[in-house]
Design a protein around this ligand. Structure first.
Ligand code: UTP
Length: 300
């Protein structure tokens, strides 16, 4: 059966981007003209996925408002002939549906980790394989044979319990991410022997970082139940995937292509870089921004 459900965790507190995230979700911060989470939804819709579950939490209501149909606004845009915006905002017309569930807080009164966020999707997922896409990470460069399509195809072909997107990162960045230890040579698609969340520098098994997109079979929920809190006291999804391997299941990895890029906007440095790249790529203003930046850089 084709995979049609996507789980988008957006329940994190976004503390690294405070104060911008004090009362608004980091997933709603704009990168260029759109909020981050809109890029995520557009990427997945373009790859044929239509049923979305957002795992939300405190202060995340604006995400629901953003994806709600707004007949008055659509009518106004239609009357003004602004068709390019109409196309971007009418998800219903494309048969896309949005569902929401709240992540339960852990005993410390905080969301408690990505593993816990995915666990909240169990009823929605039922017996089907599904995609997980982090709501704070944009993947660019995807086309008809984009990342998710390749991951789903690989998942269908190899029948593992999980298929994980990975991207090679510089040595000094490995301790920011979940890192994969390949079983053999890491080609464009390979099997994982182990996964480690945020390995201390010098101890990472490779430079292949998990890149915010996953395909799972429902057995991941058993693996999450068997996982104890890990780095930062959080229930780490990476640890649950490592448990899948310990339980005897296969975990596959699909590498981003050289022209595909991951923008994790979770910290100020990566957020600023993402904004600059998207502003420079803007069809209407990119050229002006380029000239502006060149002038600015000559001044410093
Ligand atoms: P991060 O771990 O980068 O986000 O989660 P965070 O916890 O919000 O950030 P900091 O560390 O406080 O700055 C990556 C994605 O997973 C979601 C986040 O909303 C983000 O989209 N997430 C994270 C959850 O849904 N639940 C969690 O418990 C943690």
């Amino acid at each position: 059966m084709a995979i049609e459900k996507v789980v988008v965790p957006v329940a994190g507190l976004g503390t690294r981007l405070l104060p911008a995230t004090k009362s608004q979700p980091k997933e709603m911060l704009p990168v260029g003209r759109k909020p981050v989470v809109q890029y995520v939804v557009e990427e997945l819709v373009s790859q044929g996925l239509k049923k979305f579950l957002f795992v939300t939490g405190k202060n995340k209501r604006s995400i629901e408002d953003h994806f709600d149909k707004d007949p008055e606004l659509l009518e106004r845009l239609r009357a003004e002939g602004r068709d390019e915006l109409l196309d971007e905002m009418d998800y219903e017309r494309e048969g896309v549906t949005f569902f929401y569930v709240r992540q339960r807080l852990n005993p410390m009164g905080v969301p408690g980790g990505l593993g816990a966020a995915v666990a909240a999707a169990e009823d929605f997922v039922g017996e089907e394989d599904f995609v997980v896409a982090l709501g704070d990470t944009i993947i660019t460069g995807g086309d008809y044979s984009g990342l998710i399509r390749r991951m789903v195809a690989s998942h269908m072909r190899n029948r593992p319990a999980a298929t994980v997107a990975v991207v090679e990162v510089p040595e000094d960045e490995v301790s920011k991410y979940g890192v994969v230890k390949p079983k053999k040579r890491a080609g464009s698609e390979f099997e994982a022997e182990d996964l480690v969340e945020k390995p201390p520098s010098g101890e990472a098994p490779s430079r292949l970082a998990i890149a915010a997109r996953y395909v799972f079979s429902p057995v991941i929920f058993d693996a999450i139940r068997r996982t104890a809190p890990g780095v930062g006291g959080e229930l780490q999804l990476t640890d649950a995937i490592a448990n899948l391997i310990k339980m005897g299941h296969k975990v596959m990895c699909v590498k981003l292509k050289p022209d595909e890029r991951r923008y994790d906007i979770g910290n100020p440095e990566s957020y600023f870089k993402a904004f600059v790249d998207f502003a420079l790529a803007d069809q209407q203003y990119g050229y002006i921004i380029r000239q502006y930046l060149q002038r600015k850089l000559r001044e410093v």
